[in-house]
Ligand binder design. Structure first.
Ligand code: ZN
Length: 257
């Protein structure tokens, strides 16, 4: 059985906070290491919790809001300064691929200069991301759909791509919601999850907790927390639903699955 551990690098919602950094998760499977999202402060948090810049093999960016991507160039600079030579994969919503590649060139993270290959890869629509035994199934969600009228009015190229990630390793499954339009985006995917890491900003916890009970989810971590989030009320709602497996995320929290 693989040793699977998820570490919360950042648990803050969009507003930067004094004691939380923005969205980022480190997924360790035995000696393998993947990063999920790379918001503000995630590179420093990666070092704070003693992760190895040479060991991380890829990052998956769920959507391009700054609190999920803004530290990405700094993260790659860290890999460069750590004298990395192995390729590094960056999975992005396809709508952003060329913009982010141009941004890296503008920041002098030149593909012609870096001594390792940065592979810019679209998050696949029909298939999974596979890293040996780790299977990551991207689930499109409605988080960015509120931009539709603006995009249509100004004929912008944005495609409103945001993904939740359903991850399987051996016989374990976890879901990282990233940001959502509402809890409805992920309700069909909760069956028998070992772990649900779900954002707290855009959901109703009552409906969610009911679904957690119905789907036999083993553990729930509420993340993407604002400074004013009423965590006690959320935990009280969990207890009322008969759940004792719901916790609030904190930076540095480690969860073994
Ligand atoms: Zn966010």
């Amino acid at each position: 059985m693989a040793k699977i551990r998820l570490t919360i690098l950042g648990s803050s919602a969009g507003m930067p906070q004094a004691d939380r950094v923005n969205a980022g998760l480190a997924l360790s499977v035995d000696k393998r290491l993947l990063l999920l999202d790379c918001g503000g402060g995630v590179s420093a948090a990666f070092r704070r919790y003693w992760f190895d810049p040479l060991a991380v093999e890829r990052v998956i960016i769920t959507h391009t809001h700054p609190d999920h991507i803004s530290d990405l160039p700094l993260f790659v600079q860290m890999l460069y300064l750590a004298e990395r030579r192995e390729p590094f994969g960056i999975h992005l919503p396809s709508e952003a691929l060329s913009y982010i590649q141009d941004y890296f060139q503008a920041l002098y993270l030149l593909r012609e200069k870096l001594p390792f290959e940065v592979e810019f890869l679209p998050i696949p629509k029909e298939t999974d991301i596979r890293a040996d035994g780790i299977i990551i199934h991207p689930i499109p969600n409605t988080h960015l759909h509120g931009y539709r009228s603006l995009i249509e009015e100004y004929r912008l190229p944005n495609k409103m791509q945001c993904y939740s990630l359903l991850i399987s390793v051996d016989n374990k499954t976890m879901l990282y919601s990233a940001d959502l339009g509402s809890e409805k985006d992920v309700l069909p995917y909760l069956k028998n999850l070992d772990l649900l890491v779900i954002e707290s900003t855009h959901i109703g916890v009552g409906r969610l907790f009911q679904a957690v009970v119905e789907n036999n989810v083993r553990r729930v971590v509420l993340t993407h927390l604002t400074e004013t989030y009423d965590g006690e009320a959320a935990l009280a709602a969990a207890r009322k639903a008969g759940l004792d497996n719901v916790t609030l995320a904190a930076d540095g929290m480690r969860i073994d699955i």
